[in-house]
Ligand binder design. Structure first.
Ligand code: SAM
Length: 298
């Protein structure tokens, strides 16, 4: 969402309401709004005020606190507050690492396996997937690697779980439809191979092919929830450009819990400005924002 600017028609959010909303948002999402984010918050919540024809943030806060609607309004509020910027093949070195290192490594491990029929299967979690560009980029990178390394194909060889807490972005992700602007990061060969071009009413848009969509399973997971609906372990977790919205104690909580779902030697990918020096005894930094879960931990 773009930088908030002063809008004279916007109701003002006073220090008291800002404090109340900040605590509410933090309690339910882990997101921490720093001082100075009042104008941004007012701008993002203004559409909820309009939806309910309310004139003040104090009224809206009371409404959210009291309404008994199975958390629907709270989810609307949260959807307004999240920042969802993403793109296909954002931080391309992560996708090069998947095809150039992770897949060959897994094939070598399966080759040396005592089980003759062992076929490498790869499971990846995109833990803050926003509108889907990240998990679909992972799927494309893995399919391309599969062909490049002649990795024996099997329907269940690739499994990607993609989650977010924002229900609006998840709906868009599951549709898999993108505009010309949104597909800028994809090279033309991949576009031809893995996307369908829209015609008539859909002109100017593309849709991911079924073959790609079938590899990705979308799920609403709020990392703040005590339990996450996940089972088994992953070979890699993408948790990129989300940590920056949390304070260090929340980052630590989420990451330590995530590590329970990463197999030893599995990889964690963070965003370009995200660093976790206090966790290096658990997660070995390999290269720019790529970490490996140590097999033996202190
Ligand atoms: C900037 S996007 C990052 C998208 C993608 N990972 C990338 O790097 O391009 C951050 C995402 O984190 C999600 N998020 C924020 N708090 C979350 C939480 N508590 N649980 C799950 N997702 C959360 C937001 O909804 C948003 O879609």
């Amino acid at each position: 969402m773009s930088q908030a600017v002063m809008n004279p028609s916007l109701p003002v959010i006073g220090p008291n309401e800002f404090h109340l909303f900040r605590e509410l948002i933090h309690r339910h999402t882990g997101i921490w709004l720093r001082d100075g984010k009042q104008v941004m918050l007012a701008s993002r919540l203004s559409r909820r005020l309009r939806a309910h024809q309310m004139a003040s943030f104090a009224d809206y806060y009371r409404y959210v606190e009291q309404i008994q609607d199975d958390g629907r309004e709270l989810r609307e509020l949260i959807n307004c507050v999240t920042t969802n910027k993403t793109s296909f093949f954002r931080e391309p070195h992560h996708f090069a690492f998947l095809s150039g290192q992770l897949i060959p490594e897994m094939m070598a491990a399966a080759h040396g396996s005592p089980h003759a029929a062992a076929k490498p299967a790869v499971r990846i979690w995109s833990a803050a997937c926003s509108t889907g560009e990240e998990p679909y980029s992972i799927a494309l990178a893995l399919l391309e690697a599969q062909q490049r390394w002649r990795w024996p194909a099997s329907a269940s060889a690739i499994g990607i779980v993609a989650s977010d807490l924002d229900t609006t972005v998840l709906e868009k992700a599951a549709r898999g439809i993108y505009t010309e602007d949104e597909i800028e990061g994809i090279d033309s060969t991949l576009l031809k191979k893995y996307f369908l071009r829209g015609t008539d009413a859909m002109a100017g848009q593309v849709k991911v092919k079924k073959q790609i969509a079938a590899l990705v399973e979308f799920e609403r997971i709020n990392l703040m929830d005590r339990t996450w609906p996940l089972s088994g372990s992953f070979d890699a977790i993408f948790f990129r450009n989300a940590l920056i919205y949390f304070r260090q104690e929340t980052q630590d909580l989420f990451l330590r819990k995530m590590m329970r779902y990463l197999r030893p030697g599995g990889y964690l990918f963070l965003g370009h400005s995200e660093h976790i020096p206090w966790l290096h005894d658990v997660l070995e930094p390999l290269r720019q924002t790529i970490y490996r879960l140590r097999s033996t931990q202190p």
